[in-house]
Ligand binder design. Sequence first.
Ligand SMILES: Cc1ncc(COP(=O)(O)O)c(C=O)c1O
Length: 494
Amino acid sequence: MTEPDAVGDLPTEEFRKHARELVDWIGEYFEHPERFPVLPPLIPGATRDALPATPPDSAEPLARILGDIESQIVPRLTHWNHPGFLAYFANTASVPAILGEWLATALNTNAMLWRTGPAAAELEALTTDWVRQLIGLPAGWFGTITDLASTSTLYALAAAREADPTLDIRRRGLAGRDLPALRVYCSDQAHTSVHKAAMTLGIGLDNVVPIASDADFRMIPSALDAAIAADRAAGHRPIAVVGVLGTTSSTSVDPLDAVADICAREKLWFHVDAAYAGVCGAVPELRHHMAGADRADSFVVNPHKWLFTPMDCSVLLVRRPEALKRAFSLVAAYLETAEQESVVNYMDYGFQLGHRFRALKLWMVIRAFGADGIAARIRHHCALAATFAGWVRESPGWTIEAPHPFSVVCFRHDPRTGPTSLPGSASTMTDAEVNAHNARILDAVNASGEVFLSHTVLRGKYVIRVAIGNLRTEQRHLARAWELLRTAARIPAT
Ligand SMILES: Cc1ncc(COP(=O)(O)O)c(C=O)c1O
């Protein structure tokens, strides 16, 4: 049989040529990270309209495809690597992580079974244990890397549900049987990933019990105690508590020690969501925030938030891996292996079969920066945040709206509390008008394309967030953000 012309991959020479060009392009991109606006013009449909709506009938040269990416795609992206990216939880695609990710793609390893990627599986166990050591958790945890904290928390709650074998939900499901409502507790500041996990697992949104938080946005342990007692009296079945180390809105830290005590007494699964701030354990003077996390049953930290690893990479540490395995392991005949009792097959610890080689990039980051380098970078971000908070605090009319233990500052402008050049009587503005005023400030600042900030709502107040987590952010970027904010605060409502 003669081979048809166009089968097989593109020639390796093509790869070498374009990969070299791409390396230079990426190098330039990092040397001039402000070349593109951090936030592109927000025109829905612009990218779709700029590109052919139908696939090509025949092969196109890579040079043309890469040219389109540069002209049509990159300028329409929001640039998370931009030093002015101060929104959400900022993060960085660092040099060692990019090399690791690139290699993982080229090697195309799928470590679903130990034998389909022996070194990948073992590197994952090793690297997650490195993370555990870095952040100061005691020995005795099983580690797996998922895509996102949302997945990790879903896995943790699935394990919590399966930790009580008498429920036997794995086999019997939840519906059509005599089961009490399963209850999960978290503070009113917890991330919606907890609620989405409850929706997905059949626990139900109504069974995620919001526990009141104090003036500093930390869960109130006595309120947790009372909620559990009330639920038991009502015949519900409490199964898990989620404590947060670094809430999304304000980065508050729940009193993990007190929550751990309650979980131990009540025999509840204790999950710690440390998606952003878990890496604080790598910095000696911040490690005290981890107190109590050592007694958790599961703990999630996202290297793709503050450990300089590009999307996606979420580390889930579990003290009771047998519960996680009971939740997810189901081995088909074609996946049985002779060594399955003596190795870790990662397909047994999640609902997906395939398992990406994410450990490589994370292992490279930890090696290339070292524990001291990681601590120095996190410490620097916290110092930048403290400097920014100082500017806000010293400016009449501006207020800090939450403690800032890490690298995020929540603040706002309230014309009622300071001198203002706004027309009319600022002192009579309603709360809703002050909220709208801050939303306008944020929009004006973000329209500059120089910095990108986000907002949240704390106790009904619209507040602006500056989140530092990018390795290229310098004090001058914060100074520029501050200048833009103060200018925007003088713009009257139209
Ligand atoms: C505290 C916390 N938990 C969970 C998440 C969800 O993270 P992911 O996007 O990795 O699912 C976030 C996202 O910002 C978060 O702030």
